[in-house]
Design a binder for this molecule. Structure first.
Ligand code: GLU
Length: 424
């Protein structure tokens, strides 16, 4: 296999994590193994310079990316991340996880991802708008409603997606709602999109908990991350009778043995954009957070959180990966050995892209569905995909992650094989 010249082989890089996940699925792919190197090579990667005139008149340059990992099954799909640690390696891995995710759930998409190496919280609203519009103009040569459709990710939201839609539309000379998903409802967005990722984490988690004999009612839950995904997942688990006893975000780790009052935490968070300082729980340190005795752990922040050391100590029965790539491969092995069940990111957090798919379909048809219709269809797709992966893991006697990769890679590589190599 040819190693790519433009990525590091650091063992902690996200792309390395992804490659090791592919190594693990390869032995299960039979005749399709001949095509598996396709998945180790992103189809396209674009790096762009984004010059930005700041409000104070100075000029700053930011690095932006859009990677299309694989387009065998359809247009590229995947979010746009604004975070100070964004780099090519990370965006490549995130785009590859989108390829696997869309195939695991059987959405007619390939995988893509983009991002800017920037801390969005340090920019004013108008700086953020100019940054977004220039970035979209720069990647305009790659994206399109039939080519590659962006969406929100860490550090971006509906407001940013509205600028994405407008910038692309201005350059086309016509309104193109299907260029991006996760838009505000009045601009062609879909009901249910914002809460869809958290809903999917809950639905897949509940399904697996039921099959493993783990009670949700009365269970002790810890959540890492209180953004779009973590907060909605925590809310749904509380609604189902679980006790969310610990929550961590960039500002603090909170603990309350009787369960954190989420209604109060939401109003605190709406006001201060962080959980630190909330009075309804005790502040603990990071090590304590990782050692609490719980039933369900939900990493819903960034990649590379569950290290080998943390995997040895984590005291839980079930892990629901709301984030993309939170678990290192060697930590995965330890958790599997310890009998801790992991619902992997590529199925656990696929609710977001599933409703993105509905949004895109609604935009194409200019015909919009009710929230009940959306939730019903989403639940059906999510649960069917979860059961399919579950059955595959029993059949092959492997982890849910490897099973999800088997299901997804078979679909992707079958398409790759039957399309063939052009020119032949
Ligand atoms: N950024 C989200 C993810 O990682 C959603 C992508 C989308 O909706 O296209 O799945």
């Amino acid at each position: 296999m040819d190693k790519l010249s433009y990525v590091s082989d650091s063992p902690t890089s996200s792309w390395t994590t992804y490659l090791r996940q592919i190594d693990r699925v390869a032995p299960y792919l039979g005749e399709l193994t001949r095509w598996v190197d396709t998945l180790r090579h992103p189809k396209r990667a674009l790096i762009v310079d984004i010059p930005l005139q700041m409000d104070n008149g100075t000029i700053c340059h930011f690095e932006g990316y859009r990677v299309q990992h694989n387009l065998s099954r359809g247009p590229g799909k995947g979010g746009i991340r604004y975070h100070p640690n964004v780099n090519l390696d990370e965006i490549m891995a995130l785009s590859a996880w989108m390829t696997i995710k869309c195939a695991a759930v059987n959405l007619p998409y390939g995988g893509a991802k983009g991002g800017i190496r920037v801390d969005p919280f340090l920019l004013s609203e108008s700086e953020l708008e100019r940054l977004t519009r220039r970035y979209i103009s720069e990647i305009g040569i790659l994206i399109g409603p039939q080519k590659d459709i962006p969406a929100p990710d860490v550090g971006t939201n509906g407001r940013v997606m509205a600028w994405v839609m407008d910038t692309y539309s201005m350059n086309q000379g016509t309104t193109v709602t299907g260029i991006v998903t996760g838009k505000p409802i009045h601009l062609g967005g879909s009901l249910g999109r914002e809460k869809a990722t958290g809903r999917g984490v809950f639905m897949t988690g509940r399904e697996v908990a039921y099959r493993e004999g783990i009670q949700i009612k009365g269970s002790r839950v810890a959540v890492q991350g209180f953004g779009n995904v973590g907060s909605e997942t925590a809310r749904l688990f509380t609604e189902a009778g679980a006790l969310v006893i610990a929550i961590q975000d960039h500002s603090a780790s909170l603990f309350n043995d009787n369960g954190i009052d989420l209604v109060k935490l939401f109003s605190w968070h709406n006001r201060y954009r962080k959980i630190a300082g909330f009075q309804g729980a005790q502040e603990i340190n990071t090590d304590e957070f990782w050692n609490i005795q719980i039933d369900i752990f939900i990493p819903a922040a960034l990649e590379g959180q569950i290290t080998l050391e943390r995997a040895k100590n984590l005291d839980c029965k079930l892990i629901l990966e709301g984030a993309n790539g939170p678990t290192y491969p060697e930590a995965d092995d330890i958790l599997n050995e310890r009998g801790i069940i992991i619902v992997p990111d590529v199925i656990c957090n696929a609710g977001g892209v599933t409703v993105s798919y509905f949004e895109w379909v609604q935009d194409m048809a200019s015909f919009f569905w009710s929230e009940d219709e959306i939730n019903l269809r989403m639940d059906r797709i999510t649960i069917e995909a979860m059961i399919n992966v579950w059955n595959k893991s029993k059949e092959k006697k492997c982890s849910l992650r490897t099973a999800a990769y088997i299901v997804a890679c078979e679909r992707i590589l079958m398409a790759r094989k039957d399309r063939g190599i052009y020119p032949g």
